[in-house]
Design a protein around this ligand. Structure first.
Ligand SMILES: Cc1cc2nc3c(=O)[nH]c(=O)nc-3n(C[C@H](O)[C@H](O)[C@H](O)COP(=O)(O)O)c2cc1C
Length: 338
């Protein structure tokens, strides 16, 4: 019988599907629900150092679904979830309790998530998360809401180094969707990170032409949706082919086919959030069922057998077949084809 179980960062987890950090992992009551739905683990909402206390207070409303009314086969498939929700809203001490309770009330993988500025703050958060019993920690260096002045080279290399040197649990680094995903993934590996999470959402902007102002809170927001998977498929395949670091994919998963594509492109786990927000917790169960049915139909016993298969099938540009018929030499008359 095929199994959805996967080896991830030294753990055997029952499904590659994880709940991504955000509003579905902000409360102890959500952890047993994620487990019941069949998630292999949960990345908890990101906790921040006290310097970023203002991030703990959320504007309301903090979400808007854009283009939700544009349907295909009765379903909204190309919507954008526009949102401005920054950090875990409790104190750091509350967060450590949150990790502890999440561990004691579930048997799935619990991954803490943190964001800070100074290395000493990163270390404080990371050690606290480890001591509270988390199975791993994800460094959210890529939030679309982080201060724009903080860059990978100037701030985060030191942060990754500090955390890697100070905790024993596996460290995932969540990267932004550009511009240097491949380069940053290579650096993460060199610094000793155990995995990269690819990729966080983009920073975007929507305005209202009547009021001539940005909508909601009036500032840039995080944007994502099912359309976001395509550029991220490329990042995942590229890092899989060229870096050789464990990948947890995130962005744009609406259904089991999207999740399976990430696995075929090299991801070991797939983190889902927007689909849970818009379609409910059942999404996790449906994704698991869809992948399992596919495995049964194709006789695939283990996801390891198909991990990265599509990334390995990429055709190098110089081997792309560019002529359907006989290859012509010399410049062609482009107007012939019209
Ligand atoms: C409302 C909202 C809040 C989020 N909060 C966090 C967060 O605190 N930390 C983090 O690392 N990512 C956060 N994310 C990003 C998600 O974890 C996830 O990586 C991203 O939304 C892409 O996956 P999706 O397309 O399945 O939503 C948030 C996303 C949304 C929509």
């Amino acid at each position: 019988m095929p199994t959805l179980e996967v080896n991830f960062l030294g753990y055997r987890i029952k499904s590659p599907i994880l709940v991504a950090s955000g509003p579905a992992s902000h409360d102890v009551k959500q952890i047993p629900i994620a487990q019941e739905m069949g998630a292999g683990g949960v990345v908890l909402k990101t906790v921040v150092s006290d310097k970023f206390d203002y991030m703990r207070y959320w504007p309301r409303p903090r979400y808007k679904l854009i283009d939700w009314d544009k349907k295909m086969n009765g379903k909204s498939q190309y919507f954008t979830l526009y949102s401005y929700e920054q950090a875990y809203s409790g104190s750091i001490e509350d967060y450590f309790k949150f990790v502890k309770i999440s561990k004691s009330t579930s048997n799935i993988m619990i991954i803490g998530s943190a964001f800070a500025d100074e290395p000493k703050d990163w270390i404080y958060l990371a050690k606290g998360i480890e001591e509270a019993g988390a199975d791993a920690i994800e460094l959210d260096i890529s939030s679309p809401h982080k201060p724009g002045t903080m860059q990978f080279e100037t701030h985060f290399i030191q942060a990754i180094k500090s955390v890697v040197e100070n905790v024993k649990i596996p460290v995932l680094v969540k990267l932004a969707p550009g511009p240097d995903v491949l380069h940053q993934a290579k650096v993460c590996k060199e610094l000793g990170a155990d995995a990269v999470t690819l990729c966080n959402r983009l920073r975007g902007l929507e305005i209202d032409v009547e009021s001539q102002k940005p909508i909601l809170h009036g500032y840039y927001a995080g944007v994502g949706g099912p359309w976001a998977k395509y550029y991220n498929f490329k990042h995942v395949s590229e890092v899989y082919n060229e870096v050789g670091i464990t990948i947890s994919a995130t962005s744009g998963v609406l259904n089991w086919i999207d999740a399976l594509k990430y696995i075929m492109l090299g991801a070991t786990t797939v983190q889902v959030l927007s689909a849970i927000i818009v379609n409910g917790w059942e999404t996790i169960r449906q994704i698991n069922e869809g992948i399992l049915n596919f495995m049964i139909e194709k006789g695939i016993e283990d996801l390891e057998k198909i991990r990265g298969v599509a990334a390995r099938n990429l055709v190098e540009p110089d081997l792309i077949v560019r002529w359907s018929g006989e290859k012509k030499s010399g410049p062609r008359n482009v107007f012939d084809d019209w």
